[in-house]
Design a protein around this ligand. Structure first.
Ligand code: NAP
Length: 291
């Protein structure tokens, strides 16, 4: 990427009127959000700043209540505060309530905090971008994993009109509880049946931690997966997980996890800074270069 394509290489001063946002997490040092929002702020020459806000759990409520007092337009919320943010905000979107967690806070001119969740949106936007031929209504999806991220994917896929969502998790009770609380077209299948669950699927999503750097690969033979099924791994470190590499080798269309991370950030940026940002190849390159 040349300097001309990288807007952050030009120093940009902020003024006393700068719009403020940030990310609250514990720890927060690994977050890519400051780099991501910093790129868009520079690209759009916005008088604004997006800062890391390391907030220990015992300080979270005080820190959240301080945001309006400090003039913040809002913030992202990451682990371990996503559930607490939903509970403490003055209001919440229906989607955030269904997902049971907030990742985005938007503060209005009266200082009221609204909790939102943009993970479902980011997941679907990433799929649309990475696999434009995928048609949600045509075939079942298989979701592996029933943790925090899975819940947002299940809400997204239910709303996208999937005829059936097969949910598979190592601990089946967790999948049962998730399916019971969300309802809709979700059908729980056993961990030992996970290879057969791929029969006739149009989409396979890994929402487990397996395949992450430092973790073993997800153990999932792909023989039953139709050749045109889209395979999406929401793990993004590494970008090409063993699952995606195996899917690519057999010719399936693949979508990596970085798209979800980038797209989930767009609605927050638009709400705080007043500009709809785009996800571009240059932005992907810039985020992947994070030291
Ligand atoms: P989580 O709540 O801790 O859930 C972890 C999931 O992984 C559970 O389903 C767990 O199954 C499963 N798992 C763990 N070890 C396993 C093993 N040895 N074999 C089989 N399954 C195993 O985590 P999360 O917050 O949902 O995150 C899951 C992944 O999504 C992480 O890699 C995270 O980085 C990624 N993520 C990506 C994005 C993005 O924007 N791309 C956003 C959020 C999360 P059990 O229930 O049996 O323990």
């Amino acid at each position: 990427m040349s300097a001309a394509q990288n807007p952050t290489q030009t120093y940009r001063a902020i003024t006393g009127k700068a719009r403020l946002a940030g990310v609250m997490g514990w720890p927060v040092g690994h977050s890519r959000s400051p780099r991501l929002h910093g790129y868009w702020l520079a690209q759009h020459k916005i008088d604004g700043a997006y800062v890391p806000l390391p907030v220990a759990p015992e300080n979270f409520e005080r820190a959240l209540r301080a945001l309006p007092a400090l003039g913040f337009r809002g913030a992202n919320v990451t682990l371990p505060h996503k559930e607490a943010a939903l509970a403490l905000a003055d209001s919440a979107t229906a989607e955030a309530r269904r997902i049971g967690a907030a990742n985005t806070l938007v503060i209005d001119e009266k200082g009221r905090i609204e909790a939102r969740n943009t993970d479902a949106y980011g997941f679907i936007e990433s799929l649309k971008e990475g696999a434009p031929a995928w048609r949600p209504r045509n075939a079942p999806a298989v979701v592996i994993g029933a943790g925090g991220a899975s819940r947002a994917l299940l809400v997204a896929l239910t709303d996208a009109g999937l005829p059936e969502i097969r949910l598979v998790n190592r601990t089946s009770g967790r999948a049962d509880a998730l399916a019971a609380s969300l309802g809709g077209p979700i059908r729980v299948m056993g961990w030992s049946d996970r290879a057969k669950a791929l029969d006739g699927a149009g989409l396979l999503v890994n929402a487990t931690t397996q395949g992450m750097a430092g973790q073993p690969a997800l153990e999932l033979p792909l023989d039953h997966l139709p050749p045109d099924a889209v395979v999406n791994d929401i793990v993004y470190v590494p970008l090409e997980t063993p699952l995606l590499a195996a899917a690519r080798r057999r010719g399936n269309p693949v979508v990596d996890g970085l798209g979800m991370l980038l797209h989930q950030a767009r609605p927050g940026f638009a709400a705080w800074f007043g500009v709809e940002p785009n996800v571009t190849p240059d932005l992907r390159t810039y985020i992947l270069q994070q030291p």
